[in-house]
Design a protein around this ligand. Structure first.
Ligand SMILES: [Zn+2]
Length: 274
């Protein structure tokens, strides 16, 4: 099964910025967008770029920019009539490709922001000139971007699907069971453990469906389908979930966030394709 994939790929470090390179500028948890909710191009932003513009310079402030594909530098760009800062959550309502660009840039930006010093000797980290990595200015230790693997599973029983409501999320819609992979686990083991922990149900016929980078939480989602018996009692993990129940295909709750693999899985079930 092929899930929606962005039609860009992150370019190697050192890629030369082109006039049509897209620019991701983050400030205080917001993203700078054009009036038609697109990432601005280098050409559009050129007149706003400061004189000290230096690709590949990393300064540890709250204000970074990342070109798509990758070069980044320190910028302080103010809003204009043409560009406005929007809450990062706006990606959920944007076209898939724009959303993927924003979340991928956010992933890199957050990683750079949170990896300022070497964990081995405490000296400052600097961008590597040869790889997408940070290197210690003193001991030479290399640090690569952190990607946290996670699993998500559509559990079905005939015409019904098991959805759960997160106890701690601001988006407290009914959603699929999901969780991070532990050290030493296979993906399939992680799915079985998460399902047992969160809803107390035994699954069978587990099969892998596809994956999606999910940069907004620095993770990478691996999607599965599994079956379960809807007569088995559901026992929710109360510190994680506020509720979990079976929904008939015809009475699935409406969903507004169209860019996630979770959305795609539920919509496939709604259309009878899962
Ligand atoms: Zn070091």
């Amino acid at each position: 099964m092929i899930f929606s994939q962005p039609d860009f790929s992150v370019q190697p470090t050192g890629t030369v910025i082109q006039p049509d390179s897209l620019l991701a500028v983050f400030q205080n948890g917001k993203i700078l967008l054009t009036n038609d909710e697109m990432l601005p191009t280098f050409l559009q932003m050129q007149s706003l770029l400061p004189d000290h513009f230096k690709p590949f310079e990393l300064a540890h402030t709250d204000k970074y920019s990342i070109f798509s594909p990758d070069p980044f530098f320190n910028l302080e760009i103010q809003e204009t009539d043409d560009f406005t800062y929007k809450e990062i959550s706006i990606f959920r309502s944007l076209p898939f490709n724009t959303a993927a660009l924003i979340t991928t840039s956010w992933h890199l930006w957050s990683w750079y922001k949170n990896h300022r010093f070497c964990g081995k000797c405490g000296q400052p980290l600097r961008p590597s000139t040869s790889e997408r990595a940070l290197q210690c200015s003193s001991c030479g230790c290399m640090v690569f971007p952190t990607i946290s693997p996670a699993v998500i599973v559509a559990i079905t029983c005939g015409e019904r699907i098991l959805l759960a409501r997160n106890a701690n999320s601001p988006f407290a819609n009914y959603a699929l069971v999901a969780g991070y992979v532990e050290v030493g686990e296979t993906l399939e083991h992680a799915v079985r453990r998460e399902v047992l922990e969160e809803v107390g149900v035994h699954i069978h016929n587990l099969r892998y469906l596809g994956d999606q980078p999910w940069g907004i939480s620095g993770s990478h989602m691996f999607a599965f389908h599994a079956e379960a018996d809807d007569n088995e009692a559901i026992q929710i993990q109360k510190n994680e979930l506020s509720d979990a129940k079976w929904f008939d295909r015809s009475e699935l709750p409406e969903r507004t966030h169209a860019v996630s693999i979770a959305h795609e899985l539920i919509e496939r079930f709604r259309k009878g394709k899962l």
